[in-house]
Design a protein around this ligand. Sequence first.
Ligand code: PXG
Ligand code: PLP
Length: 446
Amino acid sequence: MNQAELAGLTQAQIDSYWMPYTGNREFKADPRIVTAAKGKYLTDAQGRQILDSLSGLWTCGAGHSRPEIAEAVYKQLNTLDYAPGFQFGHPLAFQLAERMTQLAPEGLNRVCFTNSGSEAVDTATKIARAYWRQCGHASKTRIIGRLKGYHGASWGGISFGGIPANRKLWGQAMESDMLGHTWRPEMAFSKGMPKTGSELANELSDLINLHDASNIAAVIVEPFSGSAGVIVPPEGYLQRLRQICTANNILLIFDEVITGLGRSGARWGADAFGVKPDLLCFAKQVTNGAVPLGGVLLPHSIYDAFMEKGGAPHSVELPHGFTYSGHPVACAAAMATLDILDQEQLIARVASMAPEFETRIHSLKGCKHITDIRNFGFAGGMTLEPKDGDPTRRPYEVALECWKRGVYVRWGGDTLQLGLPFTIETDEIDRIISTIADSIESLYGH
Ligand code: PXG
Ligand code: PLP
């Protein structure tokens, strides 16, 4: 029996679901079904315990199925399941808003809530464009992204996102342009931040020369790129981007959907890299993945610009929002998650164990077919050699072999990616690393 049958699923059920970002034909030929999860382990339909090396999809750093979150969600569902978020409010949304601004990099003291990272990115870039219009600079519309950047699956995210496979079916929906990515062959096997390459940020000056700052609203980057396989910026690169944005009146947006709330060994990538953005997008870890929630942090100066131009007091200053913006159940999950991160000092734990992770992931250097290894905080990526001319084949084969051996490893493009649970122990890191090495050896020999 395959895992779908073991889970009691019919073929019609399997056929009905068009799965997201999945090779549906390959998956449905031999389904991988997760039926439960606790702590750092997933349970599959065969009842196997599988070590989760990506914390879900970079979401569940505090471990799966946390009772504190379940209780908060249950209580909230029984108290206030939903409240209209337009024109009415409920207490938790305001309480979470203040808490997020207290946790934010200094000066980011207003917040919008969304339901996902994609919506956070759309919200941040819509605010950036509208802000310039409010300030009398309506031509500042273009958004500058970066090659290999991932900013979600919405029209915005695919327009200024830099992962080719996510764009080619749709073409360009929004005016945008791209910085080059920050990886160079000489950076291969860098531990943490590459030492050289800060001058790559000067490409922004070239794009400003091309389009003129009067036509550019914002630059959006991930502090380190996650989905592209953990590409860490060179020392000084983000500082230089910041300088160029400031000098040219261009807003800098950090997309911290992966880097935020602990993954980078600090609360934010902005803190870890010592660079403050104008707007900051978050999602994923804020609710430990239990309930969808995202958002955008920004300074009151941007908020105030809309209030000043808002017209009659009852009119809407920003015609934007989602039915579920600030959903009470999601807010309850976020509050419980922030309590856990705080009480268990999980972010400090990531910071203190990151050097161990660095040593261990780099011990794979020399392993056949691994052409690069990168790491920052509790995020790691490695690039594998193409197979028969196909760069995506080997990561898929290796990750499936790891799954068979009881470790869930994420594959994407020509990379494998690790996003360790914040609660991981050293022997579990060892197990992940040795499973990858053994999988490569069993598939392709020494
Ligand atoms: N921005 C960034 C930086 C992200 O990583 C999004 C936006 C979109 O968020 P939503 O919630 O709309 O999916 C993301 C999401 C992976 C992987 O394995 C990464 C994401 C999602 C799924 C898998 O790299 N990132
Ligand atoms: N489509 C229709 C017909 C709607 O009425 C709405 C919301 O009211 C939406 C889309 C947007 O949904 P959401 O607010 O959940 O993003």
